[in-house]
Write a protein that binds this ligand. Structure first.
Ligand code: NOJ
Ligand code: CA
Length: 688
């Protein structure tokens, strides 16, 4: 049922003279979270956050530095406050669930400088039961028409030396392994110059968001941002000694400032998720809720889908993107083989990388502008014929645009490239931004690129095209506003297992990712590797999980495009393929059954188009036993097919030992499962 409730209360606040402290508060609907906002005797704005009467964020100041203007920092007084309640239920066109409850209390504080400039700044807090979002609003005003922000100074002062799961505050890439350390041990700069990265820039001892923490008393916190539009990405600089963090925006070598904006404008929301249990971080919808509703209207032209692709074979070295190598992967014949396999196995789409000219000049080339062409296929790839054949078999082709971070070339060709897709009835594209950004001096996470990524999504929507970006800007919930932002990379994906010189993604990687990167939004991780060791191709690389965990990822990791990434020949004849065939990609409901950050997580999801449920559980390098309580099921009997680690399974010693068994379950049932080291399980629950 959809309902909307909006009440507005004008608070009568006592205006003190500016030499006195002013304070106002707002709490979450359930009253557990309290935000106190103050302006000090010197007019400095600050906030603090309490959870069940205990400090979570200690007094933290707010403000800005500018290139031309005096800093916004102190000398403020509160001229008005407005508080309101909001409670609605909105629907995701596709997603982890259909109905999303958006229930918060809002406090808007209008500040004005008491000195002669009289500049105005509003701060808006939205307090939910699962966390807090706040943003700065620059209202229209006489003495401020444009700002050149050199730094945003938002503090997050912690209450202790929390345990932190973090990646460095890289201005160019999120493809780092997560570190688990005490806050005082964060040392981001030691990750500069990573040999496996085509681009990296870590100028500060800062972390990227989402960054997740656990306090000594067991509370879970995760810091991120929502609705990142026409602004720079935010990293959080840490001061390891006194447990404080401060926003540091991603900059540019081409300008003295980090953000340029016309007044009026709003910053992105700064978000803090607060949860007693780790699993509730995943269940939270704070990030999407802080974004504006769908601006695209009907988006039913895109359908969530599983997909295969001419992709893993390039990462293994079996074939290549370019044609000059003599082992071109994207041939008409190969694409047809993937279409046939997908059609047979309930997989709706095929990604074809390396189909267009330009790949001979991809990696390592300084002058990448003008190299790629997004409409001209290589001579051994008949695009029209492949699309036609796919249609005949009911399989859609996924377009691929590797921009090689040459942004001007891509921008120029977007209309033509998306129009070609529209004419062929292709509704999604995987984009890539490998390498240092052109124009030189820009970074992947700065304002210039934030606009590049967002503009591509908005333009693509006009051609009924959805985007799955690799080397993207972080997800900030904009999928609510522009649902054609279907998925993205923005983490160390499966590809690292194929070639990274550091041994690939360790077994703890995804049990951390589920509580960090995944809080931001959908992930194109590309699971489903069955040939775990792939010694035929690469003796020194492997996937560091069991095959059962590869199956579990179809449920644990959410994405409306979910790849079956392995080579066709590795699927043929393997009974585990049945799970990939059966598993859903679009969900009515999601229940996070258990989890601890970095250790394990189990998620159950109900398919939108059937009465079936699917469960996935994964563990880190430790084996463990867990009992699944099926009370989340609807009434009735289900046939459960359990894909579990075999007796001798182990991510390294015996990764393909898999046991498949069938049982009947109801919502009264419980089942104890064993997860091997680096293992997991997947269950399909088909309603009888
Ligand atoms: C990097 C992407 O993450 C990967 O999936 C893709 O195959 C290559 N770029 C080539 O575009
Ligand atoms: Ca990548």
């Amino acid at each position: 049922m959809k309902y909307l409730k909006f009440t507005l209360v004008l608070l009568s606040i006592t205006l003190f003279s500016c030499s006195q402290k002013q304070q106002t508060t707002v709490s979450s609907p359930d009253k557990n979270i309290l935000v106190e906002f103050s302006v000090s005797e010197t007019g400095e704005p600050s906030y603090k956050i309490l959870y069940k009467n205990n400090d979570v964020i200690k007094t933290s100041t707010l403000g800005f530095d500018f290139a031309r203007e005096m800093a916004l920092k102190d000398n403020f007084e509160i001229i008005n406050t407005t508080s309101s309640n909001f409670n609605e239920t909105w629907q995701m066109p596709w997603g982890e669930q259909l109905d999303v409850v958006n229930n918060y209390k809002q406090l808007k504080i209008e500040l004005q400088e008491s000195s002669k400039l009289k500049r105005k700044l509003n701060i808006v807090f939205r307090v939910y039961n699962d966390g807090v979002g706040f943003r700065y609003e620059f209202p229209e005003q006489k003495y401020l028409s444009e700002v050149l922000i050199t730094e945003e100074n938002t503090e997050f002062n912690l209450t202790g030396n929390h345990k932190v799961w973090w990646i460095p505050g890289d201005w160019d890439i999120y493809e780092h392994l997560y570190n688990t350390t005490k806050f005082s041990e964060i040392d981001a700069k030691k990750f500069a110059n990573h040999e496996n990265l085509a681009q990296t820039a870590i100028p500060n001892n800062a972390v990227n968001t989402p960054v997740t923490m656990k306090t000594e008393s067991g509370l879970h916190l995760s810091f991120h941002e929502a609705s990142l539009v026409d602004y720079s990405g935010m990293t959080l600089e840490v001061n390891p000694q006194n447990f404080t963090m401060k926003s540091v925006l991603v900059g540019s070598e081409n300008t003295s400032y980090k953000v340029k904006q016309k007044v009026p404008f709003n910053t992105p929301w700064r978000t803090i998720q607060i949860a007693e249990e780790a699993k509730d971080l995943i269940a939270s919808n704070l990030i999407v809720n802080l974004n504006e509703p769908n601006k695209l209207g009907d988006v039913s032209w895109f359908k969530p889908t599983k997909y295969t692709g001419i992709w893993w074979e390039m990462h293994l070295g079996k074939s290549s993107w370019d044609m000059a190598s003599g082992k071109h992967g994207a041939t008409t014949e190969n694409a047809k083989a993937f279409i046939d396999f997908s059609a047979k196995n309930n997989i709706g789409a095929v990604l074809v990388e390396g189909w267009n000219t330009g790949w001979e000049h991809w990696i390592g080339f300084e002058d990448r502008e003008g190299v790629f062409d997004f409409v001209t296929p290589y001579s051994d790839y008949d695009l029209q014929e492949v699309v036609r054949y796919g249609k005949e078999k009911g399989v859609e082709i996924i377009m691929h645009h590797e921009t090689s971070a040459a942004t001007e070339t891509y921008e120029k060709q977007q209309d033509t490239a998306y129009a070609l897709m529209k004419s062929l009835g292709i509704h999604s594209v995987k984009t890539g931004y490998v390498g240092k950004i052109l124009p030189k001096g820009e970074f992947h996470h700065g304002q210039y690129m934030v606009n590049q990524y967002n503009n591509a999504v908005i333009k693509a929507a006009k051609y009924q095209v959805a985007i799955n970006a690799h080397e993207p800007i972080k997800a900030t919930g904009l999928r609510r506003t522009y649902p054609n932002t279907i998925s993205r990379e923005g983490l160390r994906g499966q590809e690292f297992n194929a070639w990274a010189s550091d041994g690939g993604n360790p077994p703890e990687h995804l049990p951390i990712v589920a509580f960090t990167r995944m809080l931001a939004g959908p992930i194109d991780y590309t699971p489903g590797i069955f040939d775990i060791k792939f010694n035929q191709w690469k003796e020194d690389n492997q996937v560091n999980t069991t095959i059962a965990q590869q199956l579990a990822l179809y449920v644990v990791i959410y994405s409306p495009v979910q790849m079956a990434a392995d080579l066709i020949e590795n699927y043929e004849g393997n009974p585990a393929l049945q799970f990939i065939k059966d598993v859903g990609v679009d969900w009515q409901e999601t229940k996070v059954l258990n989890g601890e950050v970095g250790d394990f997580v189990t998620i159950a999801r109900k398919e939108r188009t059937s009465d079936n449920w699917f469960v996935g559980g994964i563990t880190d390098e430790n084996s463990r036993e867990m009992t699944i309580d099926f009370s989340f099921l609807d009434k009735g009997i289900y046939e459960a097919t359990i894909y579990e680690d075999g007796k001798n399974a182990h991510w390294n010693d015996n990764p393909t030992d898999l046991n498949i068994r069938k049982i009947e379950v109801t919502n009264q049932s419980k089942e104890t499962l064993k997860l091997a080291a680096g293992g997991g399980f997947a269950i399909s629950l088909i309603k009888k």
